[in-house]
Design a protein around this ligand. Sequence first.
Ligand code: NAD
Length: 364
Amino acid sequence: MIKNIAVIRGDGIGPEIIEQALAVLDKICNLYNHTFHYTDVDMGGCAIDKWNNPLPEEMLKKCLTSDSVLLGAVGGEKWNTLPGEMRPEKGLLKLRAGMGVYSNNRPAKIWPQLSSASPLKQSIVEQGIDFIIVRELIGGIYFGKHETETVDGKLCATDVLNYTEEEIERIGRIGFETAQKRNKKLCSVEKSNVLDSSRLWKKVMHQLCEEYPDVELTDMLVDNCAMQIVKNPAQFDVIVTENMFGDILSDEASMITGSIGMIPSSSLGATSCGLYEPIHGSAPDIAGKDIANPIGTILSAAMMLRYSFDMPKEADCIEKAVSAFLDLGYRTADIMPSDPQEAQKCTKVGCRECGRRIIENMKL
Ligand code: NAD
């Protein structure tokens, strides 16, 4: 199969981790006789430096005409003082909106080899952590009106949180359909005791539930959900929630699995052209040191093969190679055990060696 992949290396550790993911995809081409064409796209801080625009139109067009987009990460201190429209993150929001990817799917799964890296008590980890957060991605407060004005001589800032029935319904369907493919449990998370947008959210979810009788729907307030994720994560199968709640809860969920560097994500809309990226940011504190963990990006590439290119065997091949890499005791710095005795059993590797060792373990 021939596929065109738009590649956004971005800022900070972005170029380093993308390099390893592309090497893994090249190996897939060798093993399975595919051809992937990569088109470089400037987005984020590097695009601001080069084009004075975090995502120029022609760059967005390259993404929209590709079969899927693979993104490293964008952002950094250097661009933090620029006005809102000129920030690297604006490029990301414009890309998500332009691609119409309204559903962000983040697995929170603990690799058995890394169970001791979880900050949770082992008694909780042993019950299992394996759930997915389905987050609405192009609506809600991040896309509402933002305004700072002076009222009675004092600054007053306003951010508008708005959802339509249609926006809730289409993400709700993804939640139900994801649950149907898993353990058929869907938890809808909102703040309906306070927010009108959440009351509408809850109403739409319950209307939809009638169309998915095989799925058990529960409701949970977002503050309780934040507690339950650390107290009893084994209770969750699929969580569906709005943009900002999903942003916060999915970072919390990633932490309990060990390292933010391990978690991939997919963002999908009405077509098969998806946006695939690790959930972490550009990690400027470790950029250029060859110590970043590329596994979240490599697993994002695997998700791309599975969900956009219909290549489940190829995706399995990557995931098995990551598992074999961990079985052999290789660890990047962020997933090295803190216990010195445990650490002695592991071999610390940098970003490049991590990619190389995973590729060594990729087999038909
Ligand atoms: P971050 O995720 O970049 O880093 C948080 C911590 O995790 C840091 O200590 C970092 O070293 C570590 N870390 C992250 N990824 C890692 C990896 N692959 N391997 C090892 N360690 C890793 O979050 P931050 O520091 O809050 O943000 C840094 C920049 O990234 C900011 O400019 C922010 O706006 C941007 N950001 C971008 C995205 C994106 O591109 N999708 C997402 C979040 C943050």
